[in-house]
Design a protein around this ligand. Structure first.
Ligand code: SAM
Ligand code: DTB
Ligand code: SF4
Length: 325
């Protein structure tokens, strides 16, 4: 059995493949053991998302409803007013979210937007929630302004393996993503980085994506694993669905490779059965997005999530508690 208190950054493809492909029951047992050695297995963190700038994005991410290059019929909006964002954040806080994640459909923010972004971070922090932003690539000055404003987390996904990356996105590289992640971490902002599965990738790509995250200088604090939400008129609209067992294997491997990270069962829950989600929690997922909308796509109704937590005996993590042992 692995020593789950040690954080390793030298995982090999061979090891990861063996872990991923072991009999399912062995994999689940191992992942659940790592999970409970590091976290209370019956606590799940809840984050709430808000799209602060929707659509019209210059990037060509094949999965995304917000790319101006895709045919998705989403109308583009400007950056929301600070007051509007804070009003939405207040509602999320009342609904029990402990982290507020603000996402913008940008390749990177414009300097003229920075004052508003800073005000949003400061305002949400004053409400006693953790703050997270996902704004695309950042330069050094932008990272420092967000850090000074008190931003807790920055979400920037590597999305898939380095090998498969250019099949999905051509307007930026895998290395560009890693560069922003390094900049964010070096500034002392906590990193939220994960990816999407079910994009027609091979098993090897799912494994390599997790290896790339686990072998960063530090494991991301949060690792969102998104199941592709197929969006009409995007290049991935009709891609073959991923076998749910493969999805659970991906969650389990993330838990084993990054024992102390919060692994988020992220986009795609609307299409998952309660039983599949329960299996993901058993395999080590301990965070979700709550609320009926993600950025632009649907998410389960809050009542449904509350009922599922009750049926599973899962408690929502309280503010200031990260569920760790
Ligand atoms: N524009 C910024 C960026 O790309 O970093 C932030 C917003 S972007 C929508 C945030 C993440 O949402 C993407 O990196 C991707 O992992 C996830 N995402 C977007 N569309 C998705 C979809 N249809 N299904 C699953 N995940 C999706
Ligand atoms: C992440 O990994 N997933 C979230 C968040 N980080 C920004 C976004 C999911 C987006 C799902 C598609 C949509 O709502 O448009
Ligand atoms: Fe733009 Fe982000 Fe969507 Fe890519 S994922 S098109 S960068 S909003």
């Amino acid at each position: 059995m692995l020593d789950s208190s040690i954080l390793r950054h030298d995982w090999t493809r061979d090891e990861a493949e063996r872990l991923y492909n072991q009999p399912f029951n062995d994999l689940l047992f191992q992942a659940a053991s790592v999970h409970r050695a590091n976290f209370d297995p019956n606590q799940v963190q809840r984050s709430k998302l808000l799209s602060i700038k929707t659509g019209g994005c210059a990037e060509d991410c094949a999965y995304c409803s917000q790319s101006a290059r895709n045919g998705a019929t989403l109308s583009a909006s400007k950056l929301l007013e600070v007051e509007r964002v804070l009003a939405e954040a207040r509602k999320a806080k009342e609904g029990g979210a402990t982290r507020y994640c603000m996402g913008a459909a940008w390749r990177s923010p414009k300097d003229r937007d920075m004052d508003s972004l800073v005000a949003m971070v400061e305002g949400v922090r004053e409400m006693g929630m953790e703050t997270c932003m996902t704004l695309g690539m950042l330069d050094d000055t932008q990272v420092l302004r967000l850090k000074d404003a008190g931003l807790d987390y920055y979400n920037h996904n590597i999305d898939t393996s380095e090998r498969y990356y250019s099949d999905i996105i051509t307007t930026r590289t895998f290395a560009d993503r890693i560069e922003t992640l390094n900049r964010v971490r070096e500034a002392g902002i906590k990193v939220c980085a994960g990816g999407i599965v079910g994009m027609g990738e091979q098993q090897m790509d799912r494994i390599d994506m997790l290896l790339a995250l686990a072998n960063l200088a530090e494991h991301p604090d949060s690792v969102p694993i998104n199941m592709l939400i197929p969006i009409a008129n995007t290049p991935l609209a009709d891609v073959e669905k991923l076998d749910p067992i493969e999805f659970v294997r991906t969650i389990a491997l993330a838990r084993i490779l990054m024992p102390k990270s919060h692994v988020r069962l992220s986009a795609g829950r609307t299409d998952m059965t309660d039983e599949l989600q329960a299996m993901c929690f058993f395999a080590g997922a301990n965070s979700i997005f709550v609320g009926e909308t993600l950025l632009t796509a649907d998410n389960p109704e809050e009542d449904h999530d509350s009922a599922l937590f009750a049926r599973l005996g899962i408690a929502a993590m309280a503010p200031g508690c990260d569920g760790s042992r």
